[in-house]
Design a protein around this ligand. Sequence first.
Ligand code: S3P
Length: 424
Amino acid sequence: MPLRGTLTALGDKSITHRAIILSALADGEATITNYCPGEDCLHTAAAFQAMGVPIEIALDRLRVAGKGLWGLREPDSIVDCGNSGTGIRLLAGVLSGQDFFSVLTGDASIRRRPMGRVVGPLREMGAVIAGRRGGELAPLAIAGARLRGIAYSSPIASAQVKSSVLLAGLFAEGTTSVTEPALSRNHTERLFDHLGIPVTRNGLTVSLAGQRAFAAKDIAVAGDLSAAAFFLVAASLVPESDVTITGVGVNPTRTGILEVLQEMGAHIELLNPRVQAGEPVADLSVRSAPLRGVTIGSERIPKTIDEFPILCVAAACAQGETIISGAEELRVKESDRIAAMATELRRRGAAVEKRPDGLRIVGGRPLQGAVCQSHGDHRVAMSMMVAGLVARGETRVEDIACVATSFPGFDKKLSGLLTPSGQG
Ligand code: S3P
């Protein structure tokens, strides 16, 4: 059955985390509209509520009464970041500069993921952090400290690392700068601009002067391209589909998926380009089209980083070979996404070779229905649900509670497009 209709993009998860954090640290009240209602972002909101920031959570908006840069109070229990790498790493930056003690943790996946990448630079700034394996693993216990600005050269292109250090920089004496090997998503910098926090960019370096208060301002969150990606691939693969997704963020640090799908032969058009809270946004129109294999090397990894699970599904259904390399970061996401996608696609009859830094997929074999596992990873779960639309026979995806970390109601939105009336 084709996918048809129009849907509004879900609010961007990365931007929502940042909007909550910066609104909590601002002077005055702000309303955040089109926020991402996923559990990840709600954990970040709960963390600030536990630190004395009034946050009203309504269906269509968050109302945050900012406490100013120095207004947080000590949380009286452990702060649970759930499944969210962005939540725990960005909060580690904020909490390092406070004058109180805090403990950050999360679910089993979070407690396996590397934290040394933020703990290292934060300690250079003067942060006092303890954690399992010398601070490599959560829980992280943070004794607030006076921070000093540093010039940090990050070995990985990671927006979480960059943002964690820049957020700590808000509390530090002097200037904090981060240089990355390639540009990672720049939502933090754009939100700084939106809120009037002075930040300078010079090539791959971002710098910020610390200890400057700033005023709250309303934030209309752009739609999440990473969430829209599942519909872009689904509509490309299912014949006779025609879907429009309105208000999708098209920040060039995120649009790898559009470039790759277009190179694979997808029919995607960007309509009504506009700017929303400092972020470029457009409506995306997608019609089904035959796809062909593609080569994705390291230069395209940062701006495509969250889309590999669904791109693997596209590649398995495309004619010819797809090679993804330079993507070792995929091993330390919510799951080991190289292993998870290889296992799940092979289960369905696809020809997939796992490599240390990516995958080789020979597309074109029809996918078979199967019982699939999510590996506790929302993007793997949603990808396998999309694969189910084009597979022969029935698909069952098990352990799908994780979908709610980013996209509650995904299955309803997807099946809504499958109805003849196409109500998204
Ligand atoms: C994110 C950055 C990326 C991305 C994650 C969200 C962010 O992680 O994979 O889903 O909001 O900063 P890294 O910065 O670790 O690559």
